[in-house]
Design a protein around this ligand. Structure first.
Ligand code: CTP
Ligand code: MN
Ligand code: MN
Ligand code: MN
Length: 369
């Protein structure tokens, strides 16, 4: 006879895109520990190691119950020796040495603080760290030449490191909606990213814009940005034009992980008037800086763009991995290519894409891997 703790959990499928990963789960302490190691690997540009810890964490997020003994995980996929060691230690001792050491390390703290600056990636942060720069203040004192994105990142550091709440995302949604309808009536916007997955906070707000008449969306981003700028909504923006060259029967180049939609990475100035819930503005300030990403897709690619930009990042990676390894297909935010049939597969909805991939449909709230 075995107690409730011993009850075997049914083995889950190994790809995150084959299972539901809810926002709220039962193993937060274990997942937090694995996330620290994942983050540290990513900041050290050890992508493979980062992915391994992320996959282990996502598996735990999918479990229907709290794990109390490591034996309960027997037969589960995605759990490598290292992850299992961490899980065992946390279950037995309450903490894992490696995780605690990592959290306290000067390098990890500095890398987090520096990559917390908009426009600063792991490479740059690492270079600065080795020069003795550990904080944004050190950076300002150093007199380093910063690019435009990084200058904005330093200037709005505090605001941009506050979580964005749903109410603020909705307020920005109304502004973007107004901008889009002013410059191109009939165009529609969709909230994507973490908020579409049901998150209550995020590090930014993401929107996908399209128009039901193919071609009408061309040049739309520049117009939207001009309108927003004229109205004083933009503190920073960088627009990248569409570089997707479609030939008669598909992309001229094979789709890569990085999509080529017209996009804008921006920082909005959100005022008290627009959002009645700006309690996080400090003191007398009546506005806050918020990171906003906007992407424009042609209508024919909308379903792929929606799937590709809803995330999570790990869920997207798992979808692409499933497509390649299990279906000999290449999935991007533009199309799905079937290598066996040597043709591009069209789809009008996310449901159709899952079906083409031979997967059960997972709604956005189940994609929080
Ligand atoms: N994305 C992308 N290309 C980029 C940046 C992001 O395709 N250059 C996609 C990611 O794959 C992800 C989605 O956009 O699926 C949202 O990315 P991001 O805003 O970074 O993450 P969220 O899941 O929205 O998390 P957060 O709440 O922290 O913003
Ligand atoms: Mn986001
Ligand atoms: Mn993020
Ligand atoms: Mn984003």
């Amino acid at each position: 006879l075995c107690g409730a703790d011993e009850l075997a959990v049914v083995s889950l499928p190994s790809y995150a895109c084959q299972r539901h990963t809810p926002l709220l789960h039962h193993n937060t302490v274990l997942i937090d520990a694995l996330s620290i190691l994942a983050e540290n690997a990513e900041l050290s540009e050890n992508e493979g190691r980062g992915v391994a810890f992320r996959r282990a964490g996502a598996l735990l997020k999918s479990l229907p119950q709290e794990i109390r003994r490591v034996e309960q995980l027997r037969g589960q996929p995605c759990l490598g020796d290292h992850s299992l060691r961490v899980i065992k230690e946390v279950l037995e001792d309450g903490v894992c040495c490696e995780v605690e050491t990592t959290k306290e390390s000067r390098q990890f703290k500095a890398m987090k603080a520096l990559t917390g600056i908009f426009g600063v990636g792991a490479k740059t942060a690492d270079r600065w760290f080795r020069e003795g720069i550990h904080t944004p203040s050190d950076l300002q004192r150093s007199g380093h030449n910063l690019n435009r994105a990084q200058r904005a990142g330093v200037q709005y550091y505090d605001d941009l490191n506050q979580p964005v709440r749903k109410a603020e995302a909705d307020a920005i949604g109304l502004i973007v909606e107004k901008a889009v309808s002013e410059v191109l009536p009939g165009a529609k916007i969709t909230l994507i990213g973490g908020f579409r997955r049901g998150k209550e906070t995020g590090h930014d707000v993401d929107f996908l814009i399209t128009h039901p008449e193919e071609g009408r969306e061309e040049g739309l981003m520049a117009k939207v940005v001009s309108w927003l700028e004229a109205q004083g909504f933009l503190l920073y923006h960088k627009t990248t034009r569409n570089s997707y060259l479609e030939s008669k029967d598909g992309p001229a180049r094979p789709p890569s992980n990085m999509d080529r939609f017209e996009r804008c990475f921006s920082i909005f100035r959100l005022t008290r008037e627009e959002s009645s819930m700006l309690s996080q503005c400090s003191g007398s300030r009546s506005w806050m800086a918020v990171r906003v990403d906007m992407v424009v897709s042609p209508y024919s690619q909308f379903a792929f763009a929606l799937l590709g930009w809803t995330g999570s990042k790990l869920f997207e990676r798992e979808l692409r991995r499933w497509a390649v390894h299990e279906r000999a297909m290449t999935l991007s935010s533009h199309t799905l290519y079937d290598s066996t049939k040597r043709q591009y597969l069209r789809a009008n909805s996310e449901e159709e894409i899952f079906a083409l991939l031979g997967l059960e449909y997972i709604p956005p709230c189940g994609r929080n891997a």
